[in-house]
Design a protein around this ligand. Structure first.
Ligand code: KIV
Length: 272
């Protein structure tokens, strides 16, 4: 039986059913109405309105500059387009690490204005008070461990995380802490495949990987990367499903040529 094919609306409960039935969860980012509509219509399980919007939509080098209001703008646009999949909005840097009341207020603002299904935030024990407070307000929370892009200034590099035993053990105990607190799922980013598989096996909640191997319960990619819109970013974990950059440049090139040669507009493309 495919849980995915049976449901009209994906909920957090549906995701746990998928894990229970061994059905992998598909997740992609989207940040705007038109793209989210296509992604939902294609049958994705979860759309993440990622703070990677800071990179791919706004052209920033890191995810740090994006604001709460900008994330809300993207979240609202995505939710309007979606009829079936679950929508999770990233809490941006600086909106939940300070204190748990600020975290709660940020999460409430996201939920009230976007109508998303939940929020995602990065970190384990360091942010557990915020996670617990958001959850106690009835807001579903997705965790994020491993490579945490909002902490890039602490790491100084985007290399694979948790290769050493000490960091791997901390990741496992953080994952358990997030599960005990009540998170409905956790994203694991750029860690050894064996560690991803171990966490997925030891936890009941779904583990969704990006560069965390095939042994986890689902996969997530940034849509601009998997469609080949971004060209400069090529990590080992990325599979490109299209070369949209070439397609778009080709189409724009043809348009320019037609305008310059006065081929466009033709008789049928203008009014009497
Ligand atoms: O912001 C994002 O796109 C993410 C994914 C990389 C998981 O957090």
């Amino acid at each position: 039986m495919s849980v995915h094919k049976e449901v009209k609306r994906v909920t957090t409960h549906v995701l746990s059913e998928m894990k229970l039935h061994g059905e992998k969860i598909s997740m992609l980012t989207s940040y705007d109405y038109s793209m989210a509509k296509l992604v939902d219509q294609a049958g994705i399980d979860v759309i993440l309105v990622g703070d990677s919007a800071s990179n791919v939509m706004a052209g920033n080098e890191t995810t740090l500059p994006i604001t709460l209001d900008q994330m809300i703008y993207h979240g609202k646009s995505v939710v309007k387009a979606v009829t079936r999949c679950l929508v999770v909005v990233d809490m941006p840097f600086g909106t939940y690490q300070g204190n748990s009341l600020e975290a709660l207020n940020s999460a409430i603002k996201i939920m009230k204005i976007t109508h998303a299904d939940g929020v995602k935030l990065e970190g384990g024990s360091e942010v557990i008070e915020s996670v617990t407070r958001i959850l106690s307000a009835g807001i579903p929370v997705m965790g994020h461990l491993g490579l945490m892009p909002q902490s890039i200034n602490r790491y100084g590099t985007y290399v694979v995380r948790a290769k050493e035993e000490e960091e791997a053990n901390k990741l496992i105990s953080d994952a358990k802490l997030l599960e005990e607190a009540g998170c409905f799922a956790i994203v694991l980013e750029k860690i050894p495949a064996s560690l991803g598989a171990k966490v997925a096996k030891e936890l009941k909640i779904p583990i969704i990987g990006i560069g965390a191997g095939g042994g986890v319960d689902g996969q997530v990619l940034v849509i601009h990367d998997m469609l080949g819109i971004t060209q400069e970013f090529s990590p080992r974990f990325l599979r490109r499903y299209h070369d949209l950059a070439t397609e778009i440049k080709g189409a724009v090139g043809s348009y320019i040529k037609d305008v310059k040669s006065q081929d466009f507009p033709n008789e049928k493309e203008q009014y009497d």
